[in-house]
Write a protein that binds this ligand. Structure first.
Ligand code: RIB
Length: 295
């Protein structure tokens, strides 16, 4: 079977994860439990998810001219992702995410560093890669004018584009309309789309964490429940969902099947530490779905 071509335009970060029994108050110091670095960045995470689930993935993004940058690039290459469109920015540091993991949930601060350099000229240089894609996936950890530009290229070239509006930042209605799919989580939906729902309802696929996923198809409201699993770390669950959804849609699967596939992939991803470590393979998802009776 031919692999669908998915291009991800987005961030690449090194995640600095401190596990802590609780989050300190302002001005307070507490003792944490553990510290680990892990590959992350919403763009890179979605690229890894899509690659593990069977897509031919190209990443368009930037790393810094530093040790993290070299490790991050190597990490993507080990997943079989094409990285000739990941060019290091001289004298700039790689994107870093400071993550506090407590009570099985996270708090994240992203310092973009090299991700700031994904700009219009950079994207224009990869127009032909975008044009040859079955689907393009974009998030909001690169400059917003670059996001707008990426959406324009996709429209001009007739390529379907999935916009994951995370972290929540406001774009114009015109830009949202250019998306084939919009995939906010519930809080992003409430912040960005509540008043625009009528105009965008056929594009919106809203993830609700353990409560599942809701979307509209041909005027009918649809919903699938979340899977009850043993949660270790939710970091990257949304990215796994997006990467998986992109693969299934790029394979031209019916939307409901694509959502079921992505919902299962996300449930598997939260059962291991780190954004990328728990991301499943295609076989893993199919086995899980079979055990769950197809849901
Ligand atoms: O979605 C999770 C990701 O958000 C982390 O990997 C972190 O890098 C931030 O970008």
């Amino acid at each position: 079977m031919n692999k669908p071509k998915v291009t991800v335009i987005g961030s690449i970060n090194m995640d600095m994860v401190t596990t802590t029994p609780r989050v300190p108050n302002q001005g307070e110091t507490i003792i944490g439990e553990a510290f680990q670095t892990a590959f992350g960045g919403k763009g890179a995470n979605q690229a890894v998810a899509a690659a593990r689930l069977g897509a031919d993935v190209t990443m368009i993004g930037r790393v810094g001219d530093d040790a993290f940058g070299r490790l991050l690039l190597e990490g993507l290459q080990k997943e079989g992702i094409h990285t000739s469109s990941v060019v290091a920015v001289e004298k700039e540091s790689s994107g870093v995410a400071t993550i506090l993991l407590s009570e099985k949930d996270n708090r994240i601060i992203v310092t973009p560093g090299a991700n700031h350099y994904v700009d219009q000229a950079y994207l224009e240089a990869y127009r032909s890669t975008i044009k040859e894609s079955d689907l393009v996936l974009v998030q909001l950890e690169i400059p917003l004018d670059a996001v707008d530009y990426a959406m324009n290229i996709c429209q001009e070239e007739g390529v379907p584009v999935m916009l994951n509006p995370a972290p929540a930042q406001t774009l114009s209605l015109e830009t949202y309309k250019q998306a084939t799919y919009l995939t906010p989580n519930e809080s992003e939906y409430n912040e960005l789309f509540l008043t625009l729902d009528d105009q965008l309802k056929d594009k919106l696929i809203v993830t609700q964490g353990s409560n599942g996923v809701k979307w509209m198809e041909q005027g009918i409201e649809k919903w699938v429940a979340g899977h009850q699993v043993n949660v270790v770390d939710t970091t990257g669950a949304g990215d796994t969902f997006n990467g998986a959804l992109a693969v299934a849609i790029a394979r031209k699967e019916p939307l409901e099947n694509a959502v079921l596939f992505a919902n299962a992939a996300a449930a598997l991803s939260v059962q291991a530490f780190g954004a990328q470590m728990g991301m499943p393979t295609e076989e893993h998802v199919h086995r899980f779905l079979k055990e769950a009776g197809g849901r």
